[in-house]
Design a protein around this ligand. Sequence first.
Ligand SMILES: NC(=O)c1ccc[n+]([C@@H]2O[C@H](COP(=O)([O-])OP(=O)(O)OC[C@H]3O[C@@H](n4cnc5c(N)ncnc54)[C@H](OP(=O)(O)O)[C@@H]3O)[C@@H](O)[C@H]2O)c1
Length: 333
Amino acid sequence: MGCNLAIAGVTGAVGQEFLGILAERDFPFNSLRMLASSRSAGKKIEFKGKTYIVEELTKNSFNRVDIALFSAGGGRSKEFGPAAVQAGAVVVDNSSAFRMDPEVPLVIPEINPQAIAQNKGIIANPNCSTIIGIVPVWPLHQANPVKRMVVSTYQAASGAGHSAMVELQEQAREILDGKEPTCEAFPYQIAFNAFSHNSPLGPNGYNQEEMKMVNETRKIFDCPEIAITCTCIRIGVLRAHCESINLEFTEAITPNQVRDLLSTAPGVSLLDDRGNNRFPMPIDASGKDDIFVGRIRQDESIPENHGINLWVAGDQLRKGAALNAVQIAEKLL
Ligand SMILES: NC(=O)c1ccc[n+]([C@@H]2O[C@H](COP(=O)([O-])OP(=O)(O)OC[C@H]3O[C@@H](n4cnc5c(N)ncnc54)[C@H](OP(=O)(O)O)[C@@H]3O)[C@@H](O)[C@H]2O)c1
């Protein structure tokens, strides 16, 4: 039995990924409404052999919709999400609008699928860097609780949407042609560059992306005491985020134990070839469902083998956004 689906933000980077993933996974649906801004209303999108017309997202868009996948930005989720719930839909929201609301489950199906049942109409998809970082950490944390995580991200341009992805490509052309790069989507040159994440800084000097990783991880793990510190960086890569993750465990742990635990972990692929110095890269993870993990080694600066270093790469448009949301929707069927 299929359901009636709506996608809010269908023309965006995540919205387009939704379509690919729904098709690949043969997600069962009876009807599909494609929603975006008034700028896109009337555009045609081909999907599974049928032509759909994009409609403007309004409060009346959700009549008889069962599941609404939202990726149109936090403002739109706040404005239209409650209207979708009132019309009877369950909203799976990709924005940060509701993630830390205690009434809203924040779900990664590999970690806390049981939280889905507590929804009151809205289920939040975590931040992309949070998902990519903690899917591989969860099976380790279950075996041997993590006391402290130190994360540094290397985030792709497409994490900031379609226009940012295009900006990276255009800047690369401009620079190679000897021209000044045009900066619109990002405050600084992204091509051939790296800069501190473009989200606003708080009074503690952390940017919002960093604090999302801290707070969301605690909520998803249901572990408010886990110590986490992050540094989030944008790099001139089109898609797939990488993260360096340093973990301090309660008990001693070896790299081989980590490899064993991760070799059967859902949503994780090991790519840890020391012999060939071959470890996860954004191009390995792009277009793939799994989070790739390598550079698994003892942190020799932490006494008594309580520390491990990891390096991960994951496609933030897929597992970091659209795939995670579709996995949640599959559990709602
Ligand atoms: N990119 C990622 O890797 C990623 C990962 C996790 C979560 N997210 C979240 O997903 C959401 C979408 O991100 P994105 O990267 O897909 O951005 P994007 O490429 O800029 O797409 C934005 C989408 O929102 C629509 N939209 C904008 N203003 C609207 C309005 N007033 N009414 C209705 N629709 C409107 C756009 O429609 P038009 O085309 O008509 O303007 C477009 O479909 C954001 O909340 C973002 O934080 C993104």
